[in-house]
Every structure is written in C-alpha cells, then in structure tokens.
Design a binder for this molecule. Structure first.
Ligand code: NAI
Length: 326
C-alpha cells in the first residue's frame, strides 16, 4: 500500500462536500490503491455539523481513509496538503451586488492562499470550486507567491461534463462516444462550449447538429444548466459538482486518456491570445501530474468572439478585486 496523501477540503460540511468527501475516501479521485488523510476546514459555527460528517465517514469504514482532521484554522487544514479542494465560499446574499460578492470571497481566498503558501506541500494541486471559481482561484494564487501559479486551477469540468451529456443526448449516443469537448473561459454564463473540435464516434460534432440548435439551444442550455437544476431541484447542483471535482483532480493526478482532453480553468500563459495571468478554461492534456494546454486548434470568428467575451468578463472580475491582490 502507498503512503497516505493529505487532501484538504474547505466547506466540508456543505452540500457539495457531503457527496465529495465520500467519493475521495472511497478512492474514486486518486485511485483504489491510494490512502488519503482528509483535512477538513469549516467556519467555526459549522464545526458541529462537520463532526457529524466525520462520524459518517468513520461509519463507512473506507479501507483507504487513513485519518480525518477537523478544523476552523486554515493553517491546520492545509498543513502538508498535497491536494486542496476549495469548495467553501460566501454565497450571494439578498441585496448583495456582484462586487460585494467578489470582495467577500476575496477575503476568504486571500487568507486560504496565504495559508497554502505558508504550510502546504510545495507540490500541492489546488482546485477551486467555490464561486466565482476562476477569480477566487486567481486570488488564492496571487496570495501564494512561493507556489508555482500552475498549481492553482478552477473548476469548469462540470460544464464540460454537462456539454458532453447534452451533445450525446441530442445525437442519440452516450458520453463514451464524445471526445474533445471544450469549455473556454469563465465558469459563469459567459463560458463558451465549443463544439468545433469535438467528435462523436469519430465524426465532427459540428456536422451532426444544426447551427441554429448549437447557437440557440445548446450553448445557452449548457451555460444556464446550473440555474435549471436549482429551479427543478429546489437546491443547487451538488452531487454533479462533486463528481466533476473528482474528475478534475483524477485527470490532473492520473492523466487524461490518449486522444482526448479535458477543460480546466488554469493560469493563462497567453495561449490563444488570452491575457496572461487570468484563470481561464482551456483544453488540457495531463500527464505525470502536470497539465499542458492543447495548442494549434483553429479558431473561427464565431468562437473568437465568444472566447473574448468570457475573457473580458474575467478581466473585469480581476479589476474589481485588483486593490486586494498583492
Ligand atoms: P454550501 O453552502 O452547502 O456549503 C458551503 C460550505 O462552505 C458551508 O458549510 C460553509 O459553512 C462553508 N464555508 C463558508 N466560508 C468558509 C470558509 N471561509 N472556510 C471554510 N468553509 C467555509 O454550498 P455548496 O452547495 O457546497 O457549494 C459550494 C460552492 O461551490 C458555492 O460557491 C457554489 O456556488 C460553488 N459551485 C461551483 C460549481 C462549479 O462548477 N465551479 C458548481 C456548483 C457549485
């Protein structure tokens, strides 16, 4: 058996974590031969609820669960962590403007970024799930100057998975037949699900659907899927978000399939003309615990306009918290 790795999860008593922690502890994320120590962070008033979650984790008797830490101190939660899933965030309250939301989260993610910088393993892989995920990831990254910026990522895998499922359903296939799905940009309603490179059963996806369906139905439905789930379920997507977080980390840690890629919000190096330093979702392949942006994709005018719109939104979010960035 391998030595256990330390996995920090924030917002550990919340809805997403109630699904996520059990998937991590059962080996879905890092493999069935990799023991884990869960280091769970919550705010003080939620520690009692967290205790209940930890009791249930114990009661599952997961063979791979080598320990549980429960804390309200980021420096305890991130101590020597090799993986961190930053799920806890401040939700938008009544009357709260977008700017207030960005600032409230900037406060949380700057503290967590600093703690990661101070105490986490130098090779930590960070996934930010809590919204606004891309900008929260940027804030955490900027507060952790001693950690390589490539190690901070934001989750667009749920959008990627939603886009695969919607396409497969439309053409009467399964997600197993869909390859090279691609979400560009922000995890928000400006994200751009790009079908120009995707294939279904080896055929170009864009040739299998009408442009009017693509533009008028598919893109908005993928963009608005989160709202549709809240409307139907009366609560936000938690199990599918947790599943996407598991997928994101597993791809990053264990690699992507040959001939395919995944969408990850990552530190832009200027590829495809996207401003350097934004946390932007790109097509990535992963190998040996590292990601690489897929290069050389042809971008038509339709795509370029949408890629720039979501880039613009991310630049505005960054500018709104600029005064809080070191
Ligand atoms: P939730 O409200 O059920 O749980 C959030 C938990 O975070 C709460 O238990 C809260 O006490 C905790 N928390 C708040 N501030 C914290 C801090 N400073 N440190 C540690 N814990 C803290 O929310 P849920 O449903 O679990 O969602 C979590 C986040 O994930 C939300 O921001 C949501 O918008 C986002 N989300 C992101 C998705 C994505 O695709 N990137 C998809 C779905 C949700």
């Amino acid at each position: 058996m391998k030595a256990p790795v330390r996995v920090a999860v924030t917002g550990a008593a919340g809805q997403i974590s109630y699904s996520l922690l059990f998937r991590i502890a059962s080996g879905d994320m890092l493999g069935k031969d990799q023991p884990v120590i869960l280091q769970l962070l919550e705010i003080t008033p939620a520690l009692e609820a967290l205790k209940g979650v930890a009791m249930e984790l114990d009661d599952c008797a997961f063979p791979l669960l080598a320990g549980i830490v429960q804390t309200d101190d980021p420096k305890v939660a991130f101590k020597d962590a090799q993986y961190a899933l930053l799920v806890g965030a401040r939700p938008r309250g009544p009357g709260m403007e977008r700017k207030d939301l960005l600032e409230a989260n900037a406060a949380i993610f700057s503290v967590q970024g600093k703690a990661i910088n101070e105490v986490a393993s130098r090779d930590i892989k960070v996934l930010v799930v809590g919204n606004p995920a891309n900008t929260n990831a940027l804030i955490a990254q900027r507060n952790a100057p001693d950690i390589n910026p490539r190690q901070f990522t934001a989750m667009t895998r749920l959008d990627h998975n939603r886009a695969m499922a919607q396409l497969a359903g439309k053409v009467g296939k399964t997600v197993n037949d869909v390859k090279k799905m691609l979400i560009w940009g922000n995890h928000s309603s400006t994200q751009y699900p790009d079908l120009h490179h995707a294939t279904v059963d080896g055929k170009a996806a864009i040739d299998l659907v009408d442009q009017s369906w693509y533009e008028g139905t598919y893109i908005p439905e993928v963009q608005q899927r989160g709202a549709a789930i809240i409307k139907a379920r009366g609560a936000s997507s938690a199990a599918s978000a947790a599943s996407a977080a598991v997928d994101h980390m597993r791809s990053w840690a264990l690699g992507t399939a040959e001939g395919d890629w995944v969408s990850m919000g990552i530190y832009s190096d200027g590829s495809y003309g996207i401003q350097e330093g934004l946390i932007y979702s790109f097509p990535c392949t992963c190998k040996n615990g590292d990601w690489e942006i897929v290069q050389g994709l042809e971008i038509n005018e339709f795509s370029r306009a949408r890629m720039q719109a979501t880039e613009q939104e991310l630049a505005e979010e960054r500018d709104a918290v600029q005064h809080l960035l070191p």
